[in-house]
Design a binder for this molecule. Structure first.
Ligand code: HEM
Length: 593
C-alpha cells in the first residue's frame, strides 16, 4: 500500500485530488466507492492545508496521512460488514435490538460498535448465554421477526466491532448440519486458532482444519476408546491418593481451596495418563512445569495487548510483550519431546503416549505434530475437567441431601474405584455429573466460520439460509444448557434428580414439539452439548467422564463435604473455560479404613 503522503506529493495530485493518475493508487489502496470518496476528500483537504509543505514532509503531513489511512480502513471495514449483515437480514434473520439507539452519532454506533455495549444480553462473558435464550425464542429484544406464535427463530444476528456481524444459532436442524453432516464445510475462526495455537502449537486437533484434522483425528480416536482408557484407571487413582494425603493432613475444620487443588490434581492426571510423567503439581510450590503452565495460563487470561495482537497479527501482533516471552519459553514443549523419546523405548506401555506411538507406527504424524497433540491434551483436558470437578464438589457440599443420597448409593455397592464398570452404571453419580455439566459447562460457546464459497444451511423456521464465505456463527453452548424453554422454569437450579425423568434423544435433529412425553422431558442431541457434537466433538469426553466418576465417587465415599459458600453465592469466570473462582471446602473423614 502506498503511503498517503507520497500520493499527496505526486505532481499530478497537487491542488487537484481527482485526476486519472489517481486510479492505480486507488486500486493499490484496495478501496471501494466509499473509501475513494473519503480518500479524495481528505486528499483535497490535506492539499489545501498542507500544500505549502509539499517539498518537505512534516510530522503534520505524516500524521494527517496516518489518520486518513486509519479512517479509510475503518470506513471500508464498517461498510463491508454492513453489507454482510444486510445479506442475512434480507433472508429474514431477526437482529438483536439496539437499546441505545440515537445514543451516539445518530445511530452510527450500530456500524462501529454493534451490540458490544448492550448489557442484556452481554456481548461476551458468562452471562451472555443464558441472556440470549429469550431472543432466540422470539421473546422481546429482536427486530424483524414476523414469525407466528407457534414458531421460534432460534437464530439471531448481532454485531461486534465495526459492525462485524455473526449469527447465534440454537436451531437443532441447523446445528445438525453445521456440526455433524457438513462439519468440514465450516472452519474455526482464525483468531481463535491463533490464540489456541499459542498454547498447543500450530498442529494439534483443536486448531487443525479440513483434511489435516481428519488425518489427526483418525490416528488419535483409538486413544480415547474404553479399551485404551480402562488400563489407565490405576494411574488416575494414584493422583487421587495424593489428594487424599493432602486432605488427611489438614484439619477437618479448615476450608481447603478446592479451586486450586482440583486444577493441580487434573494436571497430575493428564501428566501421568497422557504422557507417563509426574508433573508433581500437588507438591508444595508445584514443579517447574506446573509453575510454567500456571504462569502461561495467567498471562493468556490477562494480556489485552496479546488479544489485540491476535486480532491484528501484522501490526500490534509484532510488538514483543511479556506474555509472549512467557509463552515462548515453552518448557512444556521441550519436556514433551523428551517424553516422546522415552516412550519410544517402552512401546508396550498403557498410557496414551504409548498408544499414540503405536497408532503412529507408519509415521503419519511428524514429531512436531505429536508434540502439538500432547500439548493439546494438556490444554484441552486439564482446566476443563478441573472446572467440572470443582463444580461437582461445591454443589455436593452445598446440597447435603444430594450428597447423602450419593454416599448411600456408593456405600450400597461397597464401591471399589478400580472397578470402573460398576461406577459407569450408578444413577445418582451420573445424575450429579450430568447436571453439573449442564449448569456449569466448562465450555461457554463454540464458533465456526462458513467455509470457501459460502454455505447454505437448512433451518427450522427460515428455510435455507445462505452464509457468505467467512461468515461467523456462534453456538452458545452454555446458553442452551440453561435455556428454560428446553429445561423448564427451574433451569437455573442445580437439581440432579431432574435426570431421573429425562430422555436424551440421540440423533434427533428437530426439537420435539411435545417436550414432555409420558411425564419424561425429551432433550435432543443438539440441546445437551457440554462436549459439542459431530466429528469435532470433544475427543476426550470418555476420559473426562472417567476422571469425574472416579474422583467424585472417591471423594464423597471418603469424606463428608461442607462449605461456607451459600447456594448461589459462587462467582464464575471465563477465560479458556468457565470455572467457579472460589471453592472453599471442609473435608471430614467419614470412617478410618
Ligand atoms: C469436562 C471436561 C471437558 C469438556 C467440557 C470439554 C469440552 C470440549 C468441547 C466443547 C470441545 C469442542 C470445542 C470446539 O470445537 O469448539 C472440545 C474439543 C476437544 N477436547 Fe474437550 N472437553 C473436556 C475434556 C477434555 C479432555 C480430558 C481432553 C483430552 C485429554 C479433551 C480434548 C479435546 C480435544 C483434543 C478437542 C478437539 C477435538 C477436535 O476438534 O477434533 N477434552 N472439548
Amino acid at each position: 500500500m502506498l503511503p498517503l503522503n507520497l500520493l499527496l506529493h505526486h505532481p499530478a495530485n497537487q491542488r487537484k485530488g481527482t485526476s486519472n493518475a489517481d486510479q492505480p493508487a486507488r486500486q493499490e489502496m484496495g478501496g471501494n466507492q466509499l473509501s475513494h470518496v473519503i480518500v479524495d476528500t481528505l486528499r483535497g483537504a490535506a492539499n489545501e492545508t498542507y500544500g505549502h509543505l509539499a517539498a518537505r514532509p512534516s510530522l503534520r503531513t505524516i500524521s494527517a496521512a496516518l489518520v486518513a489511512l486509519i479512517f479509510t480502513a475503518i470506513a471500508k471495514e464498517a461498510a463491508q460488514n454492513a453489507r454482510l449483515a444486510r445479506r442475512l437480514l434480507i433472508q429474514g434473520v431477526p437482529e438483536q435490538v439496539l437499546t441505545r439507539t440515537k445514543w451516539w452519532l445518530f445511530g452510527l454506533h450500530r456500524y462501529l460498535l454493534g451490540h458490544m455495549l448492550e448489557t442484556n444480553p452481554h456481548a461476551r462473558g458468562v452471562h451472555r448465554g443464558p441472556e440470549m435464550a429469550p431472543l432466540l425464542h422470539g421473546q422481546g429484544g429482536i427486530d424483524g421477526w414476523a414469525g407466528c406464535a407457534s414458531k421460534e427463530p432460534l437464530i439471531v444476528l448481532c454485531r461486534y466491532a465495526l459492525g462485524a456481524p455473526k449469527i447465534v444459532v440454537t436451531d437443532p436442524k441447523a446445528l445438525q448440519f453445521i456440526l455433524s453432516s457438513n462439519s468440514y464445510r465450516f472452519r474455526k475462526n482464525e483468531m481463535t486458532v491463533r490464540f489456541i495455537s499459542m498454547v498447543t502449537g500450530d498442529a494439534g486437533l483443536l486448531v487443525a482444519q479440513g483434511d489435516m484434522h481428519k488425518r489427526h483425528r483418525r490416528i488419535i480416536n483409538p486413544l480415547f476408546n474404553m479399551k485404551t482408557l480402562k488400563p489407565i484407571v490405576p494411574a488416575m487413582l494414584e493422583s487421587l491418593g495424593e489428594l487424599y494425603a493432602i486432605i488427611d493432613h489438614s484439619s477437618p475444620s479448615q476450608s481447603l481451596p478446592f479451586h486450586d487443588l482440583s486444577s493441580q490434581l487434573t494436571l497430575n492426571v493428564i501428566g501421568r495418563t497422557a504422557m507417563s510423567h509426574n508433573f508433581d503439581a500437588l507438591s508444595p510450590g508445584g514443579s517447574a512445569v506446573s509453575r510454567a503452565y500456571d504462569e502461561g495460563a495467567k498471562v493468556l487470561n490477562e494480556s489485552l495487548l496479546l488479544m489485540l495482537g491476535l486480532q491484528f497479527p501484522n501490526t500490534i501482533g509484532r510488538v514483543p510483550t511479556r506474555a509472549k516471552q512467557v509463552i515462548k519459553r515453552n518448557v512444556v514443549g521441550t519436556l514433551i519431546k523428551d517424553l516422546l523419546h522415552n516412550a519410544e523405548q517402552n512401546l508396550d506401555g498403557v498410557m496414551l503416549i504409548h498408544e499414540l506411538l503405536r497408532q503412529n507406527q507408519d509415521k503419519a504424524l511428524t514429531e512436531h505434530e505429536l508434540v502439538c497433540e500432547l500439548r493439546t491434551f494438556l490444554a484441552a483436558g486439564h482446566e476443563t475437567t478441573a472446572s467440572a470437578l470443582k463444580a461437582c464438589i461445591l454443589m455436593l457440599a452445598q446440597h447435603p441431601d444430594v450428597q447423602q443420597k450419593l454416599f448411600e448409593e456408593l456405600d450400597a455397592v461397597a464401591v471399589r474405584l478400580d472397578d470402573y464398570d460398576v461406577l459407569l452404571k450408578l444413577p445418582q453419580l451420573n445424575n450429579v455429573i450430568n447436571e453439573t455439566l449442564r449448569m456449569y459447562s466448562p465450555s461457554l460457546n463454540s464458533t465456526r466460520n462458513a467455509g470457501p464459497g459460502g454455505v447454505t444451511i437448512p433451518t427450522s423456521t427460515l428455510g435455507p439460509l445462505h452464509l457468505p464465505e467467512g461468515f461467523r456463527i456462534e453456538i452458545p453452548t452454555r446458553g442452551m444448557l440453561l435455556d428454560p424453554f428446553v429445561w423448564g422454569d427451574d433451569a437455573m437450579e442445580w437439581k440432579p434428580q431432574r435426570w431421573d425423568s429425562i430422555d436424551l434423544v440421540v440423533g434427533l435433529a428437530d426439537v420435539p414439539v411435545e417436550r414432555i412425553v409420558n411425564g419424561r422431558r425429551q432433550i435432543g442431541t443438539y440441546e445437551y452439548m457440554p462436549f459439542l457434537a459431530g466429528p469435532r466433538a470433544c475427543i476426550g469426553r470418555q476420559f473426562a467422564l472417567m476422571t469425574l466418576r472416579l474422583f467424585v465417587a472417591g471423594i464423597v465415599h471418603r469424606y463428608q463435604l461442607t462449605t461456607d459458600m451459600p447456594i448461589g453465592a459462587e462467582t464464575l469466570a471465563c477465560a479458556i473455560s468457565v470455572r467457579i473462582t472460589d471453592v472453599p471446602i471442609k473435608f471430614a473423614r467419614r470412617r478410618d479404613e
